[in-house]
Structures are given as structure tokens and as C-alpha cells.
Ligand binder design. Structure first.
Ligand SMILES: [Ca+2]
Ligand SMILES: [Ca+2]
Ligand SMILES: [Ca+2]
Length: 189
């Protein structure tokens, strides 16, 4: 059982993860919903974790498409969140707990993006939900995932790699759909 496994010292942290999973699964349904994930995560402020970031992450790790995260899916999701935590801390050079414009420039440049100063202002304006001219952890994940997804769609369309694409209206909607469509209605379980 989980409790016994927890006492075994070298079991790849898996028992620990089971404990985390059950503490996040407040209603004991065996699945983690977007609400449960949101309540479990902290962005370093007293404000709730960005619900859009939760929705994006659940969409990424909900392999069986039932709209929630089971334990198997949770292992990958938890690793992903931990990786973002490490990444966020490494780019928060002044240890303020959030990412300033210059820290964001440094981060995205290291990720391989080449963006103008004006575009960083747009990003900051769009993703700074707390309106303190910097990006919190949850908003940082959202920003990076949105940028990554849109960049991937752009690259797919930019077949001749000249950095310019011509898109029709429906193709454009298809490209941005993953960013704007709400969580699929949950299938009856
Ligand atoms: Ca649950
Ligand atoms: Ca699932
Ligand atoms: Ca900072």
C-alpha cells in the first residue's frame, strides 16, 4: 500500500508523488481537475494561480482526453511543473519572485526567440496579470506555452523558412485555436 511504500527510502520518489497526488485530489475522485490543480499551485503571491495556465497544462498532459489528470498523467505533469519552477528561479536573477522585462528578455533570448523591445512591452502588458510590471510564475508558464505553440504553428506554415507566411482566415483561426478554445467538455465518466 501507499503508506508502506512511503517508508521505503529508494523507490524513485514515486511514493512521495502518490502522496502529493492524493493531497491535490481533494474530492478523492482519483482524478485531478483544473480547479484542484489551481488550488494546489502557488504563484508566490496571495492571488490564485492563473486558471488559464492550469487549463493549458491539463490539456498538455491529459493523454486519454477525459479532461482530468489521473496518477499516470500526473507524474509527467508534476515533472513539468518542477522543471518550470527551476527554470523560473534561474531567470529571476534578482530573486524578486517575479520576472522583470530584462529578465524576460534574457529568458526568451536563451530559449532562442529574437523579439523586438516593443514586443516585450506587449508581452508584459498582456501577461502581467498582477499589474506590477513583471511576470509571476503562473503567467510566465502561460506566456512561454502560448509563444511556443504559436511559434510552432508559424513554423509549420512557413514552409520556405523565410519568416513570412500568408494565411487565410480559417487557417489563422486553426493556428490560434489551441490558445483560445476552452477546455473540452468533459466526457461522461
Ligand atoms: Ca479530484
Ligand atoms: Ca486524463
Ligand atoms: Ca526578478
Amino acid at each position: 500500500m501507499a503508506y508502506q511504500a512511503y517508508n521505503q527510502p529508494n523507490a524513485y520518489n514515486r511514493p512521495n508523488l502518490e502522496q502529493i497526488f492524493s493531497s491535490v485530489d481533494k474530492d478523492r475522485s482519483g482524478q485531478i481537475s483544473a480547479d484542484e490543480l489551481q488550488r494546489a499551485l502557488s504563484n508566490g503571491t496571495w492571488n490564485p494561480f492563473n486558471p488559464e495556465t492550469c487549463r493549458l497544462m491539463i490539456g498538455m498532459f491529459d493523454s486519454n482526453g477525459d479532461g482530468a489528470i489521473n496518477f499516470g498523467e500526473f507524474q509527467a505533469l508534476w515533472q513539468y511543473i518542477n522543471d518550470w519552477t527551476t527554470c523560473f528561479r534561474s531567470f529571476d536573477l534578482d530573486r524578486s519572485g517575479n520576472i522583470s522585462k530584462s529578465e524576460l528578455k534574457n529568458a526568451l533570448t536563451q530559449f532562442g526567440y529574437r523579439l523586438s523591445d516593443g514586443f516585450y512591452d506587449i508581452l508584459l502588458n498582456k501577461f502581467d496579470r498582477s499589474h506590477n510590471n513583471s511576470i509571476n510564475f503562473d503567467d510566465f508558464i502561460q506566456l512561454c506555452v502560448v509563444l511556443q505553440t504559436l511559434t510552432a504553428s508559424f513554423r509549420d506554415a512557413d514552409t520556405d523558412r523565410d519568416g513570412v507566411i500568408t494565411v487565410g482566415y480559417e487557417q489563422f483561426l486553426t493556428m490560434i485555436a489551441p490558445m483560445v478554445l476552452k477546455e473540452r467538455s468533459r466526457r461522461a465518466s
